[in-house]
Design a protein around this ligand. Structure first.
Ligand code: ATP
Length: 887
């Protein structure tokens, strides 16, 4: 038998057709719902008052306005408002259930939650262990509805271009075996659990419980279904696949790119799409992705989403063949619909969240992307209401780029505005409400179904099932021929039931004949109707054939012209395809280079971090060592300064004692001198008197000079100066000169007495000047005119014995201040009894060359009048430490 209903494949609407821009397309505004969460602290002040199911009034509290001129109460309307006591189930039934119906009917939908951080977006979308949110409930309803009509795994396979291929049962079986093989080889506890579907039991229990209460929606029983899920996040304006399997080496997720498919739908290229067969499995996949999501603790929410997450449920369906047995093996008949559940990250004010560093950067990116979403919707509204044609900046943010085909193309868009009624959130809530208001005014083209009508008989799956059951029973009842029977679901013409009983048992059985006549009349009637119908259908069919033939001729003509143009286009397409392939290859190379570069950057960053840590460590070590040494130095310094202080003290005491002793001695000398002077006054001698003072003040004679002069009689002359017991000629010194102004000038003996020298002019001088003396050019040179013998070195004893009666030795040295001191040791040469000579030193002149600048520093040497001669050298002479200057 053959089916009479096998019509050709006539698509009602092409799968995934391009967005319609027809004016007659049905548009409806974005449906915006509002969910008001319960107060975090029940005693907090609320700024929201619900006045009906669709509107509430928001009023700023005194503490928030702070005296500002703020619009008092604002009334806002939504499609529906869920109060603080609304349950998750209620929200799901009103907001999400219609979208699931859309999904099953082959329509695309977008549902997103929007609001301030901590307002309950994630709670509404995902829920928690005790109260499941929209996403798990949606999965539950979907799987409950398609439970008996699911395909086996891998019958539908993603074609990596956002579409699907349909595989034969054999190919699907091979893929299933491969997957099994993979799981076995990469066996580990986790993978095994995953394979068995028993992982994360705690979390899944929640969903399992839900399945008892969730609704079952009507599905087309003659279709086969399969569910695929993807889970991505948009973090810092980069797209990451949360279901990406790590190869174990890299822990970080790869940045993905957004592409447009052949039907102008946006999709994440290379994103992992997992086929799931139960809500438990789907939720487990979600949990797996959730672990990789960027969630952080902030001041306003302990588990704040730092990224926008998009969980997409894709329902793939294809009709069964005319027997209701196999899926039609044709890619064109596949209908793909999707529901995107978006949990947007919360808008936040940094002055409230007090975020810094990475959190601050995240918050900046979140606010930027939400701002772009808002701008896109505002421009869309403007274009729709004012007829402008402004470019909508979808590309400014990844999240809007991804939503582009919902807003620009077809789809059902719903938004849940989550609101925290706390008076502290007033400012942020107002911004959220403004965005909700804009969204409600944006018109979206209603998505149309993308299913194909193949013209097969509805209910064929059920019929096939019953037929098989009957065939099995027949076979079991011992009729093997039943096994070859094939179902024929075609329409059967029938002229009515079977003939009535025609056995005549008695001659009066006219009743049977009457019944048969009635039966035959009915048959004739039915046959006439059917013949009439047949005739009518034949006429219609003939007319149709004629019409079709005519159309065929015109189509043939059109076809040949189209073929010609098509050939041209085909050429163009192949050229473009080649170009696309080339460009894609380039893009792939660039992407791989980008990935490599990113890897390098990551490694370099890691290196840098390590090195900076190392540097920090070294700096800390250095600091420690420095501190240690500083402490040691400090201790040493303290110790030394203490020692020095004690030494200094001892030294000072010693010096003071010495000074005291000296002063005592000087006093003694003074007394002696005074008494001698008095005595000499009494018997005043006419000539100068030489006083020999044994001075125990150390004179600056640096060494003992010993000169041995051989005489004729082989005797030695010993010339000796003893530093500590130098004999001084102080005939011209008067100690009182310094103080006693009453003394007459005659009594004063000048430091240099030329006459004194002149008085000795009769003497012959032996002027002993060792080589290398610095010429002083001073008048202090003894006047030794003609009778002078000058020697540099005493080599000949005659120098002394021969006629010379006076001896003068010149010596120069540097004093402690670095000044030049010239000393003239003078003495008489006295003959000795042995025929030699000896020198008795009786005078010493001491010439000092002093820098005026240095002198000034050493105060007390010059009188103020001497300043004018600052650049001039001075020659001084001191006798017996009296410190008198002779100029
Ligand atoms: N309607 C509600 N009923 C009960 N608890 C709620 C409700 N809404 C939110 N919560 C609780 O408030 C806390 C914060 O909610 P949630 O994480 O969903 O905020 P969010 O808007 O997603 O924040 P973010 O944008 O920072 O991610 C959670 O502990 C959640 O359980």
């Amino acid at each position: 038998m053959k089916s009479v209903n096998s019509k050709p494949l006539v698509p009602i609407r092409k799968h995934g057709n391009r967005p319609k821009c027809d004016n007659d397309a049905i548009k409806e505004p974005v449906k915006v719902f509002c969910r008001i969460r319960p107060m975090v602290h029940p005693n907090d002040e609320s700024c929201i008052k619900i006045i009906s199911d669709t509107s509430f009034v928001i009023t700023p509290s005194e503490s928030v306005t702070n005296g500002r001129n703020v619009n008092k109460a604002i009334q806002t309307s939504f499609s529906h408002i869920f109060g603080p006591n609304s349950s998750q189930g209620e929200v799901f039934d009103i907001v999400a259930l219609p979208l699931i119906r859309n999904l099953i009917n082959g329509k695309n939908s977008l549902l997103f939650t929007y609001g301030v951080t901590g307002s309950g977006k994630t709670y509404t979308m995902s829920g928690n262990l005790h109260d499941a949110g929209i996403m798990p409930r949606s999965l539950d309803v979907i799987f409950n509805s398609i439970a008996n009509y699911q395909t086996k795994k891998f019958v539908f396979k993603p074609d990596k271009l956002n579409g699907f291929d349909v595989q034969s049962e054999v190919d699907a079986l091979l893929d299933r075996q491969n997957e099994l093989q993979k799981l076995v080889t990469s066996y580990n506890g986790k993978a095994f659990r995953q394979f068995k579907g028993d992982g994360n039991n705690d979390n899944n229990e929640n969903i399992l419980n839900l399945s008892n209460e969730s609704e079952i929606l009507h599905v087309d029983e003659d279709n086969a279904y399969s569910v695929f899920v993807t889970y991505i996040e948009v973090y810092n304006n980069s797209v990451y696949d949360l279901l990406e399997e790590n190869d174990g080496k890299t822990k970080t997720l790869q940045n993905k790119i957004i592409r447009e498919d052949g039907n102008r739908n946006m999709y994440v290229h290379g994103c992992t799409e997992v086929e799931v067969k139960s809500s438990e499995e789907a939720f487990e996949i979600f949990q797996r992705g959730q672990c990789k999501r960027h969630i952080a603790h902030t001041n306003l929410n302990t588990e704040s989403s730092r990224s926008h997450s998009v969980f997409t449920i894709r329902l793939v369906q294809a009709p069964l063949d005319k027997e209701g047995e196999q899926i039609v093996q044709n890619k064109r008949v596949i209908c793909v619909s999707q529901l995107s559940l978006v949990d947007l990250a919360g808008s936040e004010r940094t002055n409230r969240s007090k975020n810094t560093g990475q959190r601050l950067r995240e918050a900046g990116n979140i606010n930027n992307s939400l701002m772009t979403l808002r701008t896109c919707l505002e421009i869309l509204r403007e274009n729709q209401t004012q007829g402008t044609n402004k470019i909508v900046p979808y590309r400014d943010s990844k999240i809007t780029q991804l939503f582009k085909n919902y807003f620009d193309g077809e789809g059902n868009v719903r938004m849940i505005t989550c609101v925290n009624p706390s008076a502290n959130d007033y400012d942020e809530t107002i911004q959220v409400l403004k965005f909700a208001e804009v969204s409600q005014e944006v018109q979206i083209t209603n998505s149309t179904t993308s299913k194909l009508d193949l013209g097969y008989i509805p209910g064929r799956r059920q019929a096939n099932k019953i037929f098989k059951e009957a065939r099995n029973r027949l076979e079991n009842a011992g009729n093997p021929a039943a096994a070859d029977l094939e179902i024929d679901l075609g329409l059967v013409y029938s002229l009515g039931g079977s003939f009535p009983e025609m056995e005549i048992t008695s001659p009066h059985n006219d009743e049977i004949i009457t019944t048969l006549i009635r039966f035959l009349e009915l048959r004739i009637q039915k046959r006439d109707i059917l013949q009439e119908d047949l005739k009518q259908k034949q006429t219609n069919f003939r007319n149709m054939i004629v019409k079709v033939e005519r159309e065929n001729v015109s189509l043939k003509i059109e076809n040949s012209t189209l073929k010609a143009s098509n050939d041209q286009r085909q050429k163009k397409i192949s050229a473009l395809e080649a170009h696309i392939c080339k460009t894609e290859a380039q893009i792939d190379t660039l992407l791989s280079r980008l990935n490599n570069a990113n890897d390098i950057i990551r490694h370099m960053k890691q290196d840098l971090q390590n090195k900076s840590m190392l540097l920090n460590q070294r700096a800390i070590d250095k600091q420690r060592v420095k501190e240690k040494y500083n402490n040691k130095i400090q201790a040493e310094t303290d110790k030394m300064s203490k020692e020095l202080e004690s030494k200094l003290r001892r030294q000072r005491e010693l010096l003071q004692n010495q000074m005291k002793e000296k002063e005592d001695k000087l006093k003694l000398v003074k007394q002696i001198l005074i008494s001698d002077d008095e005595m000499s006054k009494n018997d005043r001698p006419e000539s100068k008197e030489t006083i020999q003072v044994q001075n125990d003040i150390e004179m600056p004679i640096t060494s003992k000079i010993t000169t041995t002069v051989p005489n004729t009689a082989s005797e030695s002359i010993l010339i000796t100066t003893t530093p500590k017991t130098t004999t001084k000629t102080v005939s011209t010194i008067k100690f009182e000169d310094c103080n006693d102004t009453r003394s007459s000038r005659k009594d004063r003996i000048p430091v240099v007495n030329p006459r004194y020298r002149r008085s000795q002019s009769a003497d012959r001088w032996l002027d002993h000047r060792p080589p290398g003396l610095v010429p002083v050019g001073t008048i202090l040179q003894p006047v030794i005119r003609n009778k002078r013998i000058s020697v540099k070195q005493l080599t000949d004893p005659k120098d002394i014995t021969n006629k010379a009666s006076r001896y003068c030795l010149v010596a120069q040295e540097q004093d402690t201040d670095g000044e030049l001191e010239t000393k003239l040791y003078k003495g008489d040469i006295l003959p000795t009894s042995g025929g030699g000579a000896q020198v008795v030193f009786n005078d010493m002149e001491y010439l000092k060359q002093v820098s005026p600048i240095a002198r000034r520093k050493r105060s007390g040497y010059l009188s103020p009048g001497e300043n004018s001669t600052s650049q001039k050298d001075y020659c001084g002479s001191e006798q017996n430490n009296s410190k008198k200057l002779r100029i």
